[in-house]
Design a protein around this ligand. Sequence first.
Ligand code: ABN
Length: 178
Amino acid sequence: MKWFDDFFEKKVRSVAQRSSRRNALARISKVLVSSAFILPILPFDRSPLAAGGTQPSTDLDTKLDDQNCEYWRYCALDGHLCTCCGGSITSCPPGTSSSSVTWIGTCENPEDGKHYLVSYNDCCGATSCGRCYCNTNEGEKPGYRMGVHNDINWCMGNESSVYHCTVSIILGTASKAG
Ligand code: ABN
């Protein structure tokens, strides 16, 4: 195998003669400097999803989530959502009953762009649910204007005036007064 050793020795010596240490260092530093400029401009995905985050919910998603204060029907509501308290959007939780007097709001449905009259009935007969409190109250006027203020316990007309939560019932489409 002497020929093999001689062959590689010659090769290595000729490479060593042609290249200096300074030359090698210059090449390495060129690579390092250029990568410092090029790497930051490469198209990395910097979105929260790429970093392991979750898909941000869209505006429409929140407007269609009936356990979120942003749900479109809740635009003029003051109270705890019955959807978080064992009831549904239109029915009171077991053991409670719907108020006979209510607050009425007008809300825009994002799915068809129409405005709807919404009745906010309080559910009465059990102590406050305490979950999902919303106070959107679009169109509400200050408390000194009776009849246009919503910070009211609408259970006042029921057998039990103890407030639990609020449901949102569509009464029909709203039309502009002519
Ligand atoms: N309409 C909900 C509510 C109940 C008690 C007090 C204020 C508001």
